[in-house]
Design a protein around this ligand. Structure first.
Ligand code: UGA
Length: 475
C-alpha cells in the first residue's frame, strides 16, 4: 500500500470522479472540488451525473475517503492537485483552456510544496505556459506534472486500475516521483519524460487510434467494391504482431468527446506551428464521409428516402455509455430527417430527444422497428445481436438491416429472411468484376458489390428481391 496522501481534484466531471474514486480506492484521501452547486449536492447524496460502469460502486465503497466541495480553500491541505476540467474546442479548433486557467486562479496559497498534475488533455506547450503563469503569480512552491489520462468511457475504472502505461512529464524529477508514488499498487510501465513530450503522447495516441479506424474503414469501403470481407481482412492483418488487432473494427465511424476534439487539436497545433498535418486532415474527412455512407446504402435498397421509415438503433457513440457527444447516430439521423425520412430511434440509456427534432425515440427495439422500411444498427449494444428474429421481421414493413457495426452474421441474417448490408462485407468477387463471367455453380450475385448502371440493374437473390424491394407490408 502506498503512503497515504491527500489528493485534490479540480472538476467533478467524468475524468475527475474516476480519478478521485480510484485514488480513494488506493487508500488516499480525496477532495473533489467543482463550481456547480447542484453537482456537488447530488454527489454528496450519492447520485452520479452520468453513466459509467463500476464507478458508483467505487465511489460508494470509498465514500469515507472522498469529500465533495465547492470551496477551493478546501484544497489547501492537499499534496497533489489533479486538474480534471474540460478543454473543449474553440471556434478555431484550438483547445479552450479557460477552465484550466480558472482552476489556476482558484489555487489556494499555501506555504508547503504542492504539485499540480494535469490530467485534462491540453495542447503541447500548456505546461510551459502554466509554469510561467505560476511564476508570474509568485507561486514558486507549486510544481507541475503532465499526467495524461487514457481512460475510455465504459471501461474507465478498469483502464485506471489496469493501465497500459503511466505517463509522467515534469519540470522537476522529484515532482514526478511524488505523483508516481500515488499509483503504488498499480502494475504498469512508467514513461517519464519532459512536459511537452507527455502532452504530445496523449494527443498522438488518440490521433493514431483514430487513424487506425479511418484506415480500416477505407479498407472496408474498398472491400465492398472488390468482393472482400473486411472482418476477415482485419483479422488477417491484425494478427501481424507489428500491427495488432485493436481499434481495427470497421463501422459507421468514430465519435465521442475525445477523438474528434483531440485529432483536430493536434492538426491545429501543427498548423499553428507551421506544419500542415495532411494525414490527420484525411483521417477526419474519411470519418465524416463514413457516417454518411449509411444513407447511400439505404438508398441502394429503398430509392428516395422521403416518407420512408428508418429505425436508428443505438444512439450513444459506443455501448456502455449514455454519451451522445459527436455520436455518429446524430449525423445519420439528422441526414435521414433532412432527406425527409421518418426516423424512429432506440437506445437503452442515451436520450436524444433534446437533440433530434422530429425523430421519435422509442422505448424498445420492437417499437422502433415496427412499420420500418429499414433498421440501421449504429451502436453495437448487446441487445441488437438478436435483431434478425422472426418477430422483428414480422414487425418491419420491409426487412432490411443495415448493420453499421458488423454485429450480425450476414448468412444467418439473410437466411432469417432479411436483406443485409454490413460495412465492408462483400460477398462475391464476381460482383466486383463485371467482365468476369460468373461460373454457373457460383451463388447469384449478392447485394454488396458495385454494378454498372446502378442498383436498379442489379441482380438480387430472390429472397431479398421479394422481401426488401417489392413486398411492402401494409402498416
Ligand atoms: C478514447 C480513447 O480510447 C481513450 O484511450 C482516451 O483516454 C479517451 O478517448 C480520451 O481522450 O479521454 P473514448 O472516446 O471513451 O476513449 O472511446 P473509444 O473506446 O476510444 O471509442 C471511440 C470511438 O471509436 C467510438 O465511437 C467507437 O465506436 C469507435 N471505434 C472504436 C471504432 O469505430 N472502431 C474500433 O475499432 C474502435
Amino acid at each position: 500500500m502506498a503512503d497515504t496522501r491527500r489528493i485534490g481534484i479540480f472538476g467533478a466531471g467524468w475524468v475527475g470522479l474516476v480519478t478521485g474514486g480510484c485514488f480513494a480506492e488506493l487508500g488516499h484521501d480525496v477532495v473533489v472540488r467543482d463550481i456547480v452547486p447542484e453537482r456537488i449536492e447530488a454527489l454528496r447524496g450519492g447520485t452520479l451525473p452520468f453513466h459509467e460502469p463500476d464507478l458508483p460502486d467505487v465511489l460508494a465503497r470509498n465514500a469515507g475517503r472522498i469529500h465533495y466541495t465547492l470551496d477551493a480553500e478546501d484544497l489547501g491541505a492537499t499534496d497533489v492537485l489533479f486538474v480534471c476540467v474540460q478543454t473543449p474546442p474553440t471556434y478555431s479548433g484550438d483547445a479552450d483552456l479557460s477552465y484550466v486557467w480558472n482552476a489556476l486562479d482558484q489555487l489556494p496559497r499555501v506555504d508547503r510544496r504542492q504539485i499540480l498534475a494535469m490530467k485534462s488533455t491540453v495542447p503541447v506547450g500548456t505546461g510551459e505556459s502554466v509554469r510561467a503563469a505560476l511564476e508570474a503569480r509568485g507561486l514558486v512552491n507549486v510544481g507541475y506534472v503532465s499526467n495524461p489520462e487514457f481512460l475510455a468511457e465504459g471501461t474507465a475504472v478498469r483502464d485506471f486500475t489496469n493501465p497500459d502505461r503511466l505517463v509522467l512529464g515534469a519540470f522537476a524529477d522529484d515532482d514526478a516521483t511524488v505523483v508516481e508514488a500515488l499509483y503504488s499498487g498499480i502494475e504498469a510501465p512508467v514513461v517519464r519524460t519532459d512536459v511537452a513530450s507527455a502532452e504530445m503522447i496523449k494527443l498522438a495516441a488518440n490521433a493514431f487510434l483514430s487513424t487506425r479506424i479511418s484506415f480500416i474503414n477505407e479498407i472496408a469501403n474498398v472491400c465492398e467494391l472488390v468482393g472482400a470481407d473486411v472482418e476477415d481482412v482485419a483479422k488477417g492483418v491484425g494478427l501481424d504482431h507489428r500491427l495488432g488487432p485493436h481499434f481495427f473494427r470497421a463501422g459507421v465511424g468514430w465519435g465521442g468527446s475525445c477523438f474528434g476534439k483531440d485529432v483536430s487539436a493536434l492538426k491545429q497545433l501543427a498548423g499553428n506551428s507551421g506544419y500542415h498535418f495532411q494525414l490527420l486532415a484525411a483521417v477526419i474527412e474519411v470519418n465524416e464521409l463514413q457516417k454518411r455512407r449509411v444513407i447511400s446504402k439505404l438508398e441502394k435498397h429503398l430509392g428516395k428516402l422521403r416518407g420512408k421509415t428508418i429505425a436508428v438503433l443505438g444512439l450513444a457513440f459506443k455501448p456502455n455509455t449514455d454519451d451522445l457527444r459527436d455520436a455518429p447516430s446524430l449525423v445519420i439521423a439528422s441526414r435521414l430527417l433532412a432527406e425527409g425520412a421518418i426516423v424512429r430511434t432506440w437506445d437503452p440509456v442515451a436520450d436524444a430527444r433534446g437533440r433530434l427534432r422530429g425523430a421519435q425515440q422509442c422505448d424498445s427495439i420492437l417499437d422502433a422497428v415496427t412499420g420500418a422500411d429499414a433498421a440501421v444498427i449504429v451502436t453495437e449494444w448487446p441487445e441488437l445481436r438478436d435483431l434478425a428474429s422472426a418477430e422483428v421481421r414480422e414487425a418491419m414493413a420491409r426487412p432490411l438491416i443495415v448493420d453499421g457495426r458488423n454485429v450480425l452474421d450476414p448468412a444467418k441474417t439473410r437466411a432469417a429472411g432479411f436483406a443485409y448490408e454490413g460495412i465492408g462485407r462483400g460477398s462475391s468477387p464476381f460482383a466486383a468484376l463485371p467482365e468476369t463471367a460468373e461460373p454457373a455453380a457460383e451463388p447469384p450475385v449478392r447485394d454488396s458489390g458495385p454494378v454498372e448502371g446502378g442498383w436498379e440493374n442489379r441482380e438480387v437473390p430472390p429472397a431479398e428481391t421479394a422481401s426488401a424491394r417489392t413486398t411492402r407490408k401494409p402498416r
